[in-house]
Design a binder for this molecule. Structure first.
Ligand SMILES: [Zn+2]
Length: 297
């Protein structure tokens, strides 16, 4: 996953998993002294939620002398998540808060990674996260997304930064225990206020019940996912193009984040012109822009 000369951007929310990952990578740096580690925290702008966890990172980074960057949705997207959710509802767009948040967080990390010349983006997704995503995509019959759930994602394209998930096989319970034993987080737990709108929330509960009754279920699902990826792996490698608006990796000429920004009215006039031009030739872009709005009663 990580070479001794890599420059690693660690995505850190300040919660238990990402603090555990940062702590672990700093230990690894003692064995690989050329390794560069930069902690990047994305501030989504969720009132009453993110401020506390960011403080965790800031305090830790100061004590351990780690370089860190806080990159906000406001600066990189043009609005906070709270504002995005409000505008989305006013416009009748059919997306849940977590859809925007996930897409925009990846978008911000990619831009910051290019800016600082990172060669790897490491995120703290653990086995629970991966298995939850696997099941969510099974429910939606989204096989492309399932195939892209591998622990390491690379591409030959220079604009695609390698992404790794070092805790892929680590259960949430274990990374939480590691974080607590190392004094990395406070024991209080604050849940994201938007979690209740999320399918993941239901699947997470279901998986925990399954694991309680039948220990080993999560590992079983994880192994089946790895097997599916292995069987498929040699046949396809995902092709990326460069988003014509932001330059991030994308499946279409305009990336999902820029399409969301277009729908929310967050693009500059120049960027908007570029997207409308692309819609004339790329059916995926025109489809995305002519999204079916939700009727309000
Ligand atoms: Zn883009």
């Amino acid at each position: 996953m990580i070479d001794p000369d890599d420059s690693v951007l660690v995505g850190v929310s300040g919660g238990k998993d990402s603090m555990a990952l940062l702590h672990f990578l700093l230990k690894l740096r003692k064995k690989m002294p050329r390794l560069i580690i930069v902690a990047v925290s994305v501030d989504e702008g969720i009132s009453g939620y993110r401020e506390k966890t960011i403080l965790n990172l800031v305090n830790y980074a100061r004590v351990h002398n780690v370089e860190y960057i806080v990159a906000s949705f406001r600066d990189y997207i043009g609005a906070t998540l709270d504002e995005v959710v409000k505008v989305s509802s006013e416009k009748g767009l059919p997306y849940l808060p977590c859809s925007y948040c996930g897409v925009f967080r990846r978008h911000v990390l990619n831009i910051v990674a290019r800016k600082i010349g990172a060669t790897v983006i490491a995120t703290a997704h653990n086995a629970d996260d991966v298995v939850q995503t696997y099941l969510m995509n099974l429910v939606n019959n989204s096989w492309d997304r399932i195939f892209s759930l591998s622990p390491v994602r690379t591409s030959s394209e220079e604009f695609v930064v390698k992404r790794v998930k070092p805790f892929y096989k680590t259960l949430e319970k274990e990374s939480a225990l590691y974080a607590i034993l190392n004094g990395l987080v406070q024991l209080e737990y604050i849940q994201c206020p938007y979690a209740k709108y999320n399918v993941r929330f239901t699947i997470r509960k279901m998986l925990n019940e399954l694991e309680d009754k039948y220990p080993g279920s999560k590992y079983g699902l994880l192994q089946s996912l790895l097997e599916i990826i292995r069987l498929r792996g040699s046949q396809i490698t995902k092709k990326y193009t460069k988003c014509i608006v932001c330059g991030n990796p994308s499946s279409h000429s305009v990336c999902k984040a820029c399409l969301f920004r277009a729908l929310l009215g967050l693009l500059s006039p120049e960027e908007e012109k570029t997207v409308l031009e692309a819609a004339k030739t790329d059916p995926a872009v025109s489809r995305a822009l002519s999204v079916k709005l939700v009727q309000k009663h």
